[in-house]
Design a protein around this ligand. Structure first.
Ligand code: SAH
Ligand code: SF4
Ligand code: F3S
Length: 447
């Protein structure tokens, strides 16, 4: 075993994956080598998620495995340091240290950038909890990114909304945007390194810039990044329906490198439930956003998240979510069963929807979404799409995978009819004629 080795496991969303890339870069500077299993590591980090109870339950289960591993190491006279970072660390703070004797460090969602110093402190003074907010957005932190053409860049942290069901405002703190110059510098370096498709990240990414106080908006940032030579495609997630301005929609429509793809969670279709959720828009507001987007971009793909089984959601409320889905016909939807989170406002409303009803509603929406998707895909057959080829398909090495302007998954044969490889297309935009589809994937060949 080299002197210092780290194994990290990442749960939750894209933001956590981005944080993992930064903590690995910080640890690399401090001399840590990355290994691919906990068995080989002398530092194990879990970058955790707290958004639903099942996310936390999974991590609690895995902490038991780490306890065993630590005991085996001790018996062999060896050490194992265990650190918990991410949203569960931020939410539970000291409570994790007192409940789980195997945990050495609890490091919050901004403090992880100081991991080498925190490890030093742990060596000198013992177990610690570091969960203050701040410090993250001040600096361009290096990130250790994976292979491929995709890079994810957090452009802001935190969230200033207070949706009644959500832990994110507790786990990520108040909204704060990174300066545009810093983001531009990071993106230029990424493109130089071959990451030609960049996804900008934020909890409510369309409110980017508000905390900078200099008039910067997501639209102005997109214009700025669009100028970077060699950049092929720009995306951004996730948007809040209330912050999508006409300026932003005009910009997305106008700039060719910006994907025609908006992830704007509706969460529910009933005004009564939207009010209980504290979402600050009505069903009619949401439909107006859809109209504004499609008036500018007839082919824009709209993605949504839905929560089913929110407390007091009646059959009539749920029917309104179904009809919203029918009216909009999303390009994709994530559907979640409501999960009561400690200390959130909605935890005070009794969760009166039985779990079987939640499950049935969840399946209903998922089936409807797949039906809409396969119908939409069937209509695209025969058309030619501009596909940014990302690499070999994960499920079939004989195929290449990529996505079109609208973020739809498209695969094509990795070799031409004469047997020559098409791997040179990776990282480039290629015209692909669509030939057949399933409800999740479109298949085609070079046009
Ligand atoms: N900031 C993003 C995403 C937040 S978490 C946004 O506002 O769109 C991702 C999704 O998880 C949410 O959109 C919501 O659909 C779901 N979610 C959040 N809290 C939840 C809870 N307590 N129970 C079930 N789903 C939840
Ligand atoms: Fe959570 Fe709402 Fe903020 Fe999204 S906008 S992170 S759902 S509080
Ligand atoms: Fe992401 Fe989970 Fe935190 S979804 S923001 S890691 S609670």
């Amino acid at each position: 075993m080299p002197a210092k080795t780290v194994y990290i496991e990442t749960f939750g969303c894209q933001m956590n994956l981005a944080d993992t890339e930064i903590v690995l870069a910080r640890l690399g500077e401090a001399g840590y080598g990355v290994v691919t299993s906990a068995e080989e590591a002398n530092l194990v980090l879990y970058n955790t998620c707290a958004v639903r109870d099942n996310a936390e339950a999974k991590i609690r289960g895995r902490l038991g495995d780490l306890k065993n591993l630590k005991q085996r190491r001790r018996k062999a006279g060896l050490d194992l340091t265990i650190g918990i970072m991410g949203c569960m660390a931020q939410r539970e703070k000291d409570h994790l240290i007192t409940t789980y004797p195997q945990i050495d460090l609890v490091v919050g969602t901004d403090q992880f950038v100081h991991m080498p110093q925190l490890l030093q402190q742990f060596e000198e003074r013992g177990r610690l909890v570091a969960t203050d907010f701040g410090d993250f957005e001040d600096k361009l932190w290096e990130a250790k990114r994976g292979e491929g053409v995709n890079a994810w860049v957090p452009i802001m942290r935190g969230c200033n909304y207070n949706c009644t069901y959500c832990v994110v405002p507790f786990t990520r703190g108040r909204e704060k945007s990174r300066p545009a110059v810093q983001i531009e510098e990071e993106c230029r370096r990424l493109v130089d390194d071959g990451f030609v498709q960049i996804t900008l990240l934020g909890q409510t990414v369309d409110s980017y810039g508000k905390t900078l106080g200099d008039g910067t908006t997501l639209a102005s940032l997109l214009r700025r990044l669009h100028e970077i030579p060699g950049l092929k495609r720009l995306r951004f997630v996730t948007s809040h329906p209330k912050d999508i301005t006409d300026e932003l929609l005009d910009t997305v429509a106008e700039l060719p490198k910006v994907a025609k793809h908006l992830h704007v969670p509706a969460q529910a279709g009933s005004d009564r439930i939207l009010r209980l959720m504290g979402r600050r828009y009505t069903r009619a507001d949401y439909l107006r956003f859809v109209e504004r987007a499609r008036a500018r971009m007839p082919n824009v793909e709209l993605l949504s998240d839905f929560i089913v089984g929110f407390p007091r959601e009646s059959d009539a409320d749920f029917a309104e979510t179904v009809s919203l889905m029918d009216e909009v016909r999303f390009g994709g939807s994530y559907v979640f069963m409501y999960s009561e989170r400690p200390n959130t406002p909605s935890a005070n409303i009794a969760d009166d929807v039985p779990v079987e009803v939640k499950k049935a509603r969840c399946n209903h929406l998922l089936d409807l979404q797949l039906k809409h998707q396969s119908e939409a895909y069937a209509k695209l057959l025969g058309s030619v799409q501009e596909v940014l080829v990302e690499g070999p398909s994960k499920s079939n090495q004989a195929m290449l995978h990529g996505r079109n302007q609208g973020n739809l998954n498209i695969v094509l044969p990795r070799t031409a009819a004469d047997g020559t490889s098409r791997d040179h297309l990776i990282g480039h935009i290629a015209p692909v004629r669509l030939e057949r589809n399933t409800s999740l994937t479109l298949f085609g060949d070079l046009a």
